[in-house]
Ligand binder design. Structure first.
Ligand code: ZN
Ligand code: ZN
Length: 184
């Protein structure tokens, strides 16, 4: 996923293949939770406009993707859609943004103007680290198939969105249960 500096300015699309997304999300708990029910992990596309000013390269664009995860309550498969605005500055010589840079990034994020800074070496820009990072950050820790998902029954394991099993799920504190048996 590289562009050569001498080709700039340039507009380019980068496809995130099913295999690529699979490799990214394979270790996530809500991906592993699908087990044998897992199908295609997802895919995506990023479109970026590159231009160069002095030695700094700027990239602007968008990442569109989806990933298949398990609902964190009922464990059914869900497709989570991701749309991320991308605003990146690439600094020459593989400069790594320092603490100050990170702090100002956070301030920018508060203003809804998230600007990422990456380094580049030599005559090319590799956008793979950017796309990987933004995709992973956009994946929720506890995804839901729907906001009011009822989850699984703690007694029989049935999906309560499909049918109410009628199990008695009242949690009885074992200490109280013991009291019930005490004859006064
Ligand atoms: Zn659910
Ligand atoms: Zn039940």
């Amino acid at each position: 996923m590289k562009v050569l500096l001498r080709q700039l300015p340039l507009k380019r699309s980068f496809a995130l293949s099913a295999d690529y997304v699979d490799g990214l999300v394979a270790g996530l708990p809500m991906r592993k939770a699908l087990g044998a029910d897992a199908s295609q992990a997802g895919e995506g596309e990023a479109e970026l406009d590159f231009y160069i000013e002095g030695d700094n390269v700027f990239a602007r664009g968008k990442l569109d993707a989806w990933v298949e995860l398990a609902c964190s309550r009922c464990l059914v498969n869900l497709k989570h859609s991701i749309t991320e605005e991308l605003m990146v500055t690439y600094l020459p010589g593989g400069q790594i943004p320092n603490e100050d840079g990170l702090e100002s990034d956070e301030e920018d994020a508060d203003e809804g103007d998230a600007e990422d800074t990456y380094g580049y070496e030599g005559e090319e820009i590799d956008v793979e680290p950017l796309l990987r990072e933004r995709l992973l950050l956009a994946i929720p820790y506890a995804p839901l198939c729907k906001a009011d998902c009822l989850g699984l029954c703690s007694k029989c394991g049935g999906n309560r969105n499909n049918s109410e099993c009628g199990c008695d799920r009242k949690v009885v504190d074992p200490r109280l249960a013991a009291l019930k048996d005490i004859k006064v």
